[in-house]
Structures are given as C-alpha cells and as structure tokens.
Design a protein around this ligand. Sequence first.
Ligand code: DC
Length: 238
Amino acid sequence: MSRRRPIVAIDGPAGAGKTSVARALAERLGWLRLDTGALYRAVALAARERGVDWNDGPALGRMVSGLDLEVEAAPGGRSRVRIDGRDRSDELRLPQIARGASDVSRHPEVRAALLDVQRRVGREGALVCEGRDIGTVVFPDAELKVFLTASPEERVRRRIAELRAMGVQVDESAMASEIAARDAQDSTRALAPLRPAPDAVVLDTTDMPLERVVELIAAHVARLSGGVAGTGTGPDAG
Ligand code: DC
C-alpha cells in the first residue's frame, strides 16, 4: 500500500471510548474518520431484514456482495451509514444489532467483503480508523496504532450513557452481560480476533477524561515523521 498521508488505527473492546476519541482526533487533525463497527452492524441489520441467519457465513457473504452499503467518513458527527440509499445510522446503535454485528463478524466471507470497503477509504491516508482488527489486519502498516481499554464497569457505564442519550433505556446488568459476551466472542474468534498489535500504544482510559486521551494520541501523531499533525485534507497538504 502506498499512500502519502498517515493512518491512525484505534482498536479496543466495546465501550473503551474508540468512537469519541476517533471523532475528536479526526476533527482536530481535519482527517477522515471510519467507524468499522458500523459496517458490521449494517451487515447484521440487513441480514435480519432479509431473513439471512447471522450464523450462515456463505449466505451472509452472498448478501454482502450484493448490498448497497455506503459509509460516510467525515471527521465529525456520527458516521452515517446508508443501506439501499436509506440512512440507518441510529438503528445500528441498538444492543441487539451490536450482538448481531459480533455474530456476523466471525465469518471469513463477511470479513473479506468488508476489508475492501475499509481499504478503499484508507487509500489516501489522513484517516483515523477504529475497530477491532485495524492495526492487526486492515491496516497493519498504519503509521500509528492505539489500543484503548477501560475497566468492564466503566465500559458498561459509557455504553448505557450513550444509549440513554439516544432515548434508549437499558438495564445495567443486561448491558454488563451483553458486553462480556461480546468481548469474549470478539477476542476468542479464529479470524482477526480483538488484540493489540505488537507495536500498538496501549492506553487504559478508565480514569482519563476524553480530552486527555485525545491529547496523548495527538502528541504521538505530531511525532510521526514529517510532522503531519493538523495539515488538513487537501490533495497538496502534508
Ligand atoms: O465497535 P462496535 O461495537 O460498533 O462493533 C460491533 C461489532 O462488530 C463488534 O462486537 C465486533 C465487530 N467488529 C469487528 O469484528 N471488527 C471491526 N473492525 C469492528 C467491529
């Protein structure tokens, strides 16, 4: 892969703060941001509506190759995702879809189809990309890799706050078991399991305010060769 501008890969478990951090960092740098979890969530939602089983890899693979899936990689706001031209971004956040996303993400057919989509967005660099396997599989040559963690209690608290802000009420113990189940499935699957790349900067964000996390990562970006921080996204920038 040859690109002129860098990629920052941010991986970590559910509720570790990836989305908030990626959004703030991308806004600060004026770079694109890609939430890859939204792609897996979109596959789960589309499958449910088309009656495709979340456990049927080959059928999911066929469905994804015919799916009209568009994802916006704008720096700020929520990543907008359109399926068949309709904006489904809000529905993708629901806990039942999160579980489906974890289920469909185990299948090689689904991962292979989404790999191309993700790499296309990263072609030019100047991208903050978040997920589970960005530093290990999608962009193993990312100039900076970050692995965010936080205690399970804190991650549950953040997810509940996120859903409440959207007007969705969730039970705390149900959310705790949902996140624990998803963590276990995402980190033990055979293909592209959740784990830090050997060269990732690991940050425990349990007691860290968002601004501090962004500050720390931005300092790493500024140290990348060529001093690329804040150079904008124009074709001649950087
Ligand atoms: O980040 P998220 O909670 O939106 O991700 C939903 C699920 O999608 C997650 O439990 C596992 C899967 N996923 C993945 O396998 N690889 C990624 N790069 C991103 C998400």
